[in-house]
Design a protein around this ligand. Structure first.
Ligand SMILES: Cc1ncc(C[n+]2csc(CCOP(=O)(O)OP(=O)(O)O)c2C)c(N)n1
Ligand SMILES: [Mg+2]
Length: 1104
């Protein structure tokens, strides 16, 4: 029948012919394969089986089809895909036509083995083929329970018959059968074979399949039989699928030889050498069930799997005596470091590494290997556990420095000033040094300072690494790499781990993969793993990335070293994430003062008599004659000697405060060193030129017509020099900064278009989908990524952390993160609290990170109205009650504050405040309450002259009343201070009510509070009552921040007392805003009217 495929399908009772149009293969990485016969558009039949049961010739078929040229025309269709990566295309199969008559017969292997259907992801298959597809959900049957001899009966006869043909004349059967029989017999076929061989060939086929299943079971599940727990408390039984009996093998088979070779496979399944079953099992046990548990069969990429299989299964496992001595020496340093500190400072908290000392040789090996692969710089992030040890032994922070911190923590001394911040506990501090590597190179290591909040540093490390790659033009991402250490409890428990992992392959966030090392001491503070995670391993979260995971027994230093080496090779080869899970223990309590027996008695009774890894390795080396006792003593004496001399030197050690600032920051000023204010205005000619470039779309480009209009309007704004809107003001700020040599990066959810559809930084061609970014064309031949605007993953914690890390690398940049709506930033609160607001004070690290938080009450309900301005203000570190002594300019105030919070109301002021971030000799984080309805507000426009260096006056911290009042205005009855978009509503109401005796001042920079300018305005209106107006409830927004500061200014101006301030705003409330639109309008109207017209009670009266 033309265009049809004839299939002979065998069921339990009958053989019937089935004619179908196509066959679809679906195979996934969970060891299952689905075969579907399709007639017309109907799915006729679904056969499922674990992958190991799929005969090789069918695998070959699947491979063959994928590689067939699509140009071959045939009426017969064949689809091949995988569950995750379904290619879905119909591929012609001319060559394989003849074999179709053969394959169908072998499909009965599946049909007769329906019981084998196990764990097949029905839902995945459904989603693959559309939700209309119906089939019975297969029932799970453990592999170990399978007793079917699935290749007997007619299938076996069929195969044997076929094999006979091949042996007589290989060419008489299809090419895929030729490969199949060649693999399973190890011969090339052809005449002259003994008849006994012919008879046994069917059995060979059967054996081959069973062996393949066994090998594969080890590859998939061998790690579950490993000796990973140094304490041997892990009593779980070995998985049944690793029992040869499950596949019908018995003791009598042990000396039989089998051919396991598959040409396209690496490792144990590769090659064609026959081996005894005993030998095969022993190799499998050695490779997969020792002290390293490899989890990699979840990786879908065949090349990656093969690469690993090759490394894992064929690796030469023994180290040379010299290598052993080096490993031993490194372990000795790691061990004695802890015991030395324990002995000198018995009561100090250090979160020691005891129980996982092998981390030190492991990390050193990883660094050496990475350096050999071309890595020049590593950014390291890690929590408390073992941090001091890593700082001293791996990063090479001077031991005397570490010891001096133990002896009381001397405050560092500034080179030319006194600001040294609040400092932090020693196990949070960062540092950076060059470490010489084994092969004589130098590798730069920087350990990022971190707060107590576990895992919060992870995205920061990634951001910093990405920035290093950008500034170092490391396009291949080979020279700069991130290494992140984790605790077992934190890795599985903290959501930011997942948020960070998912940045891994995003084009504008990737760093080419990171190495993760888990110090898995099998406890989190006092909590057992059983109560802290639901997954078998603490590392399972990394499977989402298809990262290989190497579990290793932390007592076996050589194994730790080996997997660290492999992890470095993997990362440098595939530029993707990899995880090393060091299964170890914690010798003492959570810290050295804690009593672990209170909560983990069984574990700690075992730990008490458990030798440390140094003693275990020492014994092994002596027993194997690799190191003599005398040599060991000599090495030990050397280590102790150095530790002692460093201790002596620590007594007079005075650390320098800037000993770990990156070179880019040279010349930047600390808060105590007065920095000059630069004009943030830009020459008209440059504004026009930049304005032209950023509003121009290529002639051949086909934008959406609304976008085209927007861009035309923007071009006119610049050309006419009037009516510049918010988005154009922002683009001008970015463009002019680029022209001046600064890198600009804006990231966040949907920032390319802008949540409120106002930015349109990237324009999409409506015909071909191409993307054009005008800000990429401000300079002639602008380098890639010089301007970056990027939609991010739907994460706030992870992405804000990333941008923070990015901003810390080089000050000559404007790095911005924008929240979708302002209050979504609260899921990133840790980054605001622990890093952005306090990082400079704790760690003397500056950042100019700029955060855009859409804020404003426009009836969108409780969650979309407020960016929780009050929280950012609460963290400002100036004195609310004291009118400061202000220098000639206000820069000092901005330098001394921990961060800036602004709520600007004009495009020009927005332009200047963005540019001010870069145009000064220090960096300070800035939180911008960015507008929503002002984005299109007709009055929220600026003229181009406000952007230039003559007319603009730069950033205005306070915008005085627009009435052009004299220095003293007696006729003003009321002066309203406010901030943000409420100004426009107040202005409108003032106009409507013709309230000419009301002045309105906009506080554009709320923190640091513009005391001087508020004072000036207070003096201007000596008879006016003073009102604070805000749209937020009284317990939110800026009121509680402004109140004491306004009071301090009034006191200074002799303009009354704090209690005289009048308030026009919403009453205190639990929810930021009402969810009822009408109520919102009524409230908003009411507060604006009160502010302008009605008589207001002073606060003191208001609150009785
Ligand atoms: C976000 C956060 N939550 C809680 C804590 C308190 N805490 C400090 S260490 C710790 C246990 C961490 O366990 P694990 O990750 O296994 O590391 P280990 O201490 O065992 O090395 C906890 C709960 C913290 N520091 N940070
Ligand atoms: Mg732990």
């Amino acid at each position: 029948m033309p265009g049809k495929i004839s299939l002979w399908l065998e069921s339990q009772t009958q053989i019937r012919k089935c004619i179908c149009d196509k066959i679809v293969f679906c195979h996934g990485n969970h060891g299952t394969v689905g075969v579907q016969f399709v007639v017309g558009e109907k799915w006729q039949r679904l056969l499922l089986a674990p992958w190991p049961l799929v005969p090789n010739h069918i695998r070959h078929l699947a491979q063959g089809v994928n590689s067939l040229p699509r140009s071959i025309k045939s009426r017969r269709q064949f689809n091949v895909g995988s569950l995750r990566e379904f290619r879905g295309s119909s591929v012609s199969l001319n060559e394989a036509r003849s074999s179709f008559q053969l394959y169908p017969r072998s499909f009965d292997i599946f049909s007769r083995s329906r019981k084998f259907v196990e764990g097949f992801r029905g839902s995945a298959l459904r989603s693959l083929h559309g939700s209309n597809m119906r089939f019975n959900q297969p029932k799970a049957v453990p592999l170990s329970k399978l007793k079917d001899n699935f290749i007997d009966g007619t299938s076996g006869n069929f195969l044997e018959e076929h094999q006979r043909q091949w042996e007589a004349d290989p060419q008489s059967v299809d090419v895929s059968w030729q490969i199949f029989f060649k693999n399973f017999t190890g011969s090339s076929g052809g005449k002259g074979r003994a008849s006994s061989e012919v008879t046994s060939a069917g059995h060979a086929t059967q054996d081959g399949l069973r062996i393949a299943m066994l090998v594969r079971a080890y590859q998939v599940s061998g790690h579950m039989k490993c000796k990973l727990d140094p304490l041997n408390l892990d009593t779980k039984a070995a998985p049944a699928e690793l029992d040869p009996g499950s596949y019908g093998f018995s003791e009598s088979d042990m000396d039989r030889e089998f051919n396991v070779g598959v040409e396209t496979m690496a490792g144990l399944l590769g090659g064609n050498q026959p081996q005894t079953l005993k030998n095969i099992i022993s190799r499998l046990e050695n490779v997969y069930c020792g002290t390293i548990g490899y989890e990699y069969m979840h990786i879908q990429d065949r090349d990656k799997c093969n690469w690993l299989r090759d490394k894992i299964e064929n690796q030469n496992v023994s180290y040379t005596p010299a290598q052993c001595a080096e490993i031993f020496d490194r372990l000795m340093w790691g061990t004695h470091f802890e015991s030395f500190i324990a002995q000198k400072w018995t009561a100090a908290k250090r979160f020691g590494l005891e129980g996982c000392e092998t981390l030190i040789p492991g990390m050193k090996e990883m660094i050496d290997t990475a350096a050999d692969c071309g890595v020049e710089s590593i950014v390291i992030g890690m929590p408390h556990r073992g941090r001091l040890n890593v700082l001293g032994n791996v990063v090479r922070k001077p031991l005397r420095h570490i010891f001096s911190e133990f002896s009381g923590g001397i405050k560092p001394v500034g080179e030319d000033g006194s600001y040294t911040g609040s400092g932090d506990v020693k196990y949070h501090l960062g540092t950076s040094y060059d470490r010489p590597t084994r092969s004589g190179k130098n590798i730069h290591l920087s350990l990022v300072a971190n707060p107590s909040h576990l895992e919060a540093v992870a995205p920061v490390v990634i951001g910093k690494t990405r920035a290093k790659q950008y500034y170092g033009q490391d396009k291949q991402r080979l020279k700069n790499m991130a290494v992140i250490l984790h605790g077992d409890g934190s890795f599985s428990g903290q959501g930011v781990v997942y948020e960070t992992l998912h940045l891994s392959d995003l084009p504008n966030y990737t760093t080419g993969g990171s190495i993760h090392i888990v110090v898995n001491n099998q406890v989190a503070f006092t909590t057992d793993p059983k109560f802290s995670r639901s997954s078998p391993y603490c590392t399972d979260v990394a499977k989402a990335l298809c990262a290989p995971i190497f579990h290793v027994n932390g007592d076996d230093v050589e194994a730790v070293t080996r997997v660290c080496d492999l992890a470095a090779k993997w990362r440098c080869h595939f530029l993707s994430d990899v995880v090393v899970d060091i299964v170890c223990y914690r010798r003492f309590g959570h810290n050295e003062i804690d009593e672990p027996l209170f909560t983990q008695p069984t574990m700690y009774h075992v730990i008490k008599s458990h030798p440390n890894s140094l003693a275990i390795y020492e014994k092994k080396l002596i027993e194997n004659g690799l190191l003599a006792n005398g040599e060991i003593e000599k090495m030990k004496a050397k280590v102790i000697g150095i530790l002692n001399s460093e201790f002596e030197s620590s007594k007079n050690y005075v650390p320098k405060k800037r000993d770990w600032l990156a070179a880019f920051w040279a010349g930047f000023k600390g808060p105590e060193q007065l920095s000059k204010l630069r004009n943030t205005g830009v020459k008209q000619a440059i504004l026009k030129e930049v304005g032209k470039n950023i509003t121009l779309l290529p002639a051949t480009f086909n934008p959406h017509k609304a976008i085209k209009r927007i861009y035309e309007q923007r071009a006119q704004m610049v050309e006419k020099g009037e009516g510049v809107d918010w988005a154009t003001g922002e683009a001008l700020a970015f463009g002019t900064l680029l022209v001046e040599g600064n890198h600009v990066r804006l990231s966040g959810q949907d920032v390319e278009r802008g949540t409120f559809s106002h930015r349109h930084a990237k324009v999409h061609d409506q015909k071909n989908g191409q993307v054009y970014c005008p800000l990429d064309h401000v300079l002639k031949s602008q380098p890639p990524d010089y301007f970056t605007v990027s939609n991010s993953s739907l994460s706030e914690f992870g992405v804000l952390g990333f941008e923070l890390g990015y901003s810390m690398e080089n000050p000559n940049s404007l790095v911005c993160w924008e929240a979708q709506f302002g209050d979504f930033s609260n899921t990133a609160q840790v980054i605001f609290d622990q890093f952005v607001s306090s990082g400079e004070s704790k760690w003397l690290r500056q950042t100019g990170l700029t955060v855009l938080l859409p804020h404003g009450y426009d009836g969108q309900g409780p969650e979309h109205s407020s960016a929780r301005l009050e929280r950012y203000l609460q963290m400002c570190d100036d004195n609310p009650f004291k009118f400061p002594v202000l220098e000639a300019d206000s820069t000092k105030q901005s330098q001394e504050i921990n961060w800036q919070v602004v709520n600007v109301t004009t495009p020009a002021n927005y332009f200047h405040v963005l540019r001010r971030q870069v145009h000064r000799d220090f960096r300070k984080p800035m939180i911008i309450m960015s507008p929503k309805n002002l984005l299109r507000h007709q009055k929220c426009r600026s003229s181009l002259s406000e952007f230039d260096e003559t007319g603009g006056n730069g950033f205005q911290r306070l915008i005085r009343d627009v009435g052009g009042h004299k220095e003293e205005e007696d006729g003003i009855r009321r002066v309203i201070f406010c901030t943000g978009k409420i100004y426009y509503e107040l202005d409108e109401e003032r106009e409507r009510a013709a309230a000419k005796d009301v002045a309105i001042c906009r506080v554009e920079q709320i923190c640091p509070f513009p005391f001087d300018l508020v004072l000036r305005e207070l003096k201007r209106y000596p008879k006016a009552e003073i009102v604070w107006c805000q749209e937020e409830p009284m317990n939110m927004g800026p009121f509680l921040f402004v109140f004491p500061r306004l009071g301090a200014a009034m006191k200074s101006a002799c303009r009354g007392k704090l209690e005289d301030i009048k308030y026009a705003g919403r009453p205190a409330s639990a929810s930021p805003a009402t969810g009822f639109g009408d109520l919102h309008t009524k409230e908003q109207k009411g507060l604006v009217e009160r502010a302008i017209q009605k008589s207001l009670l002073a606060l003191i009266e208001l609150n009785g």
